[in-house]
Design a protein around this ligand. Structure first.
Ligand code: SAH
Ligand code: SF4
Ligand code: F3S
Length: 447
C-alpha cells in the first residue's frame, strides 16, 4: 500500500465517515469514536463520498448482520479502486470477533474492538502511512467516562452508562465481543446529563447491554435513575436493556416514583418455555417472568412493555414454541423484536447443533410475528379516545403536513403540523390507530 498521507493536503482536516450497525450501544459508541477523532483533528462527515477515512461500526449478533456488513465491505473495496487513498476500518463486535482475519485479505486497513477506540488516532496515522493496524484487547475498566461524545443535533441523546455483559446466555456472542461488565460513576453520568440539558436535550436514554446491573461501587441502577431524573423534571429519561433477573422491586418503585422516568420497559423474554429458558441460561422460569410482569404492572399501571424473542433455539419443540405464543398472549406486549435463532461460533449453544430445520424456524417466527402484530393493533386500538403527552421528534416520515412524536410509553403518534418544534410537548387526543402508530389531534400545549 502506498503512503496515503503524502497524497493528502496537509492543511485540510481529514474527514471521517462512520457507518453504524447493530444495537444502540453501537450508536453511542460511534459518538464516542467521533469524539475521539474530532479531538485528534479529524472532522466528521455524513457522506462517504468526501471521506478520507471510512469506519464501519459492526454487529455480530446474528449471521445475517455479519453478512450485510461483509457485502458492504465488498462495495467499499470496489469504490476504493477509484479512490486508492481511502482508509477503511472495521470497529465494534465483528472487529472483536474476527480480529486479524479481517486484515488478511487487505480489504481493510484497521480493525478496532469496542474497548480500544482511544487507539484510533494512532492506528489511523499508521494506516495513512500504509501500515495495517489492530487493537482488539478487551478491558475490565474502560468506560470512556472522560470522552465527550460527538452528537448530531437533536433533542435526544444516548448515554452509555455501563459496558459489557456477564450473563452468558448460551446463544449470545455479546459477552465475547464486549467483555466484562463495568460501569461509569454516577457523578460522571449526572454531570453529562446536566451538560446535555444545558445544550437543549429533552430526552436521554441510559444504555447498557444489561443496564440494570449497573453498579459503581456505591450506587445501583435505581440510584442512578433517580439521580438522573432529578437533574431536570422536564427531561424524559429512558433506559435499555433490562434483564429480568436484575429488575428489582427497588427499581420498579423508582420508575413508579418519578414522573419523568418513562413508563416503558424493554424486557426481553427470549422464550415462553422454562426448559428452553434454562437451556439458554436465562436464569428465570416462565413463572418468574410472569410474576415480574405482574409486579411491574401493579406498581406502574399504564406501563408499556416490549420484548425480544428467539424462534427455533436448538431442541425447541413444537409445544415449547406454543408456550412462547401463549406467554405473548398472557403478557400482551406493546412491541417485540423477533428473530430466528442464528448459531454463533464459540457460544455454548453452538455446540448444541442447530437442529430445528430452517423452514420450521421460519414458520415459527412468522407465527410469532403475526401474533405480535395482532396484539400491537389491539392494544393501539384500545387507546383511541385517550389523550397523551407527546414529545415532538420532527416531521412525519410519511407526510410533510404531519408531525411525529412519542408518548412516554414510547408509542409513535402522528398529528397535524402546527407551529411546533422538536422537543415541544403537546397533548394529543388519539382518533385512529394502526399496528405501529397512533394518530390524533392536538388538544393542548404543555410548554
Ligand atoms: N442485552 C440484551 C440483548 C442483546 S442482543 C438482552 O439481554 O436483552 C439483542 C437480542 O438479539 C437478544 O435479546 C436476542 O433476542 C437476540 N439474539 C442474540 N443472540 C442471538 C442469536 N444467536 N440468534 C438469534 N437472536 C439472537
Ligand atoms: Fe447477550 Fe444475554 Fe448478555 Fe443480553 S444478557 S447481551 S442476550 S448474554
Ligand atoms: Fe451487535 Fe455488538 Fe450490539 S453484537 S447487538 S453491536 S453489542
Amino acid at each position: 500500500m502506498s503512503d496515503k498521507l503524502a497524497q493528502i493536503d496537509p492543511n485540510s482536516r481529514l474527514k471521517v465517515y462512520v457507518e453504524t450497525y447493530g444495537c444502540q450501544m453501537n450508536l453511542a459508541d460511534t459518538e464516542i469514536v467521533l469524539g475521539i477523532m474530532s479531538k485528534s483533528g479529524y472532522s466528521p462527515t455524513n457522506t462517504m463520498n468526501d471521506a478520507d477515512v471510512v469506519l464501519l461500526n459492526t454487529c455480530s449478533v446474528r449471521e445475517h448482520a455479519e453478512e450485510k456488513i461483509r457485502q458492504r465491505l465488498g462495495t467499499i473495496r470496489n469504490q476504493r479502486l477509484d479512490k486508492p487513498n481511502l482508509v477503511v476500518g472495521v470497529l465494534g463486535c465483528m472487529a472483536e470477533r474476527l480480529r486479524s482475519n479481517l486484515l488478511d485479505d487487505r480489504k481493510v486497513d484497521i480493525v478496532v474492538g469496542p474497548d480500544e477506540y482511544r487507539k484510533l488516532p494512532q492506528l489511523l496515522e499508521g494506516a495513512l502511512a500504509g501500515t495495517q493496524g489492530m487493537g482488539v484487547r478487551l478491558s475490565r475498566t474502560e468506560t470512556y467516562d472522560d470522552i465527550t461524545p460527538f452528537r448530531a443535533e437533536g433533542i435526544s441523546a444516548w448515554i452509555s452508562v455501563m459496558r459489557g455483559c456477564d450473563k452468558f446466555c448460551t446463544f449470545c456472542i455479546v459477552p465475547f465481543t464486549r467483555g466484562r461488565e463495568r460501569s461509569r460513576t454516577l457523578a460522571g453520568v449526572v454531570n453529562e446529563v446536566e451538560q446535555l440539558v444545558r445544550q437543549g436535550i429533552r430526552e436521554v436514554t441510559l444504555l447498557g447491554q444489561n443496564v440494570n446491573s449497573y453498579r459503581d461501587g456505591v450506587n445501583d441502577f435505581a440510584d442512578l435513575l433517580a439521580a438522573v431524573a432529578k437533574v431536570e423534571p422536564a427531561l424524559r429519561v429512558r433506559f435499555t436493556t433490562s434483564h429480568p433477573q436484575d429488575l428489582s422491586d427497588k427499581l420498579i418503585d423508582t420508575i413508579a416514583g418519578h414522573d419523568n422516568l418513562c413508563k416503558y420497559i424493554h424486557l426481553p423474554v427470549q422464550s415462553g418455555s422454562s426448559r428452553v429458558l434454562e437451556t439458554m441460561n436465562r436464569t428465570y422460569t416462565r413463572g418468574h417472568y410472569l410474576e415480574l410482569v405482574r409486579r411491574i404492572r401493579a406498581r406502574i399501571p399504564d406501563v408499556a412493555l416490549s420484548t425480544d424473542i428467539i424462534a427455533g433455539f436448538p431442541t425447541e419443540t413444537e409445544d415449547e414454541h406454543m408456550e412462547t405464543l401463549s406467554l405473548m398472549e398472557e403478557v400482551r406486549y406493546d412491541g417485540a423484536y423477533m428473530f430466528k435463532y442464528s448459531p454463533r461460533e464459540g457460544t455454548p449453544a453452538y455446540k448444541m447443533g442447530d437442529d430445528v430445520p430452517d423452514d420450521v424456524k421460519t414458520r415459527r417466527l412468522s407465527e410469532i410475528i403475526s401474533l405480535q402484530q395482532k396484539l400491537s393493533y389491539e392494544i393501539n386500538s384500545s387507546l383511541i379516545g385517550r389523550t397523551f403527552d407527546v414529545m415532538v421528534d420532527g416531521t412525519s416520515r410519511k407526510s410533510d403536513e404531519q408531525l411525529s412524536g412519542r408518548t412516554d410509553t414510547n408509542k409513535t403518534v402522528v398529528f397535524p403540523k402546527g407551529s411546533l418544534k422538536p422537543g415541544d410537548v403537546v397533548r394529543v387526543k388519539i382518533d385512529r390507530a394502526s399496528m405501529a402508530t397512533l394518530f390524533g389531534e392536538v388538544v393542548g400545549y404543555l410548554n
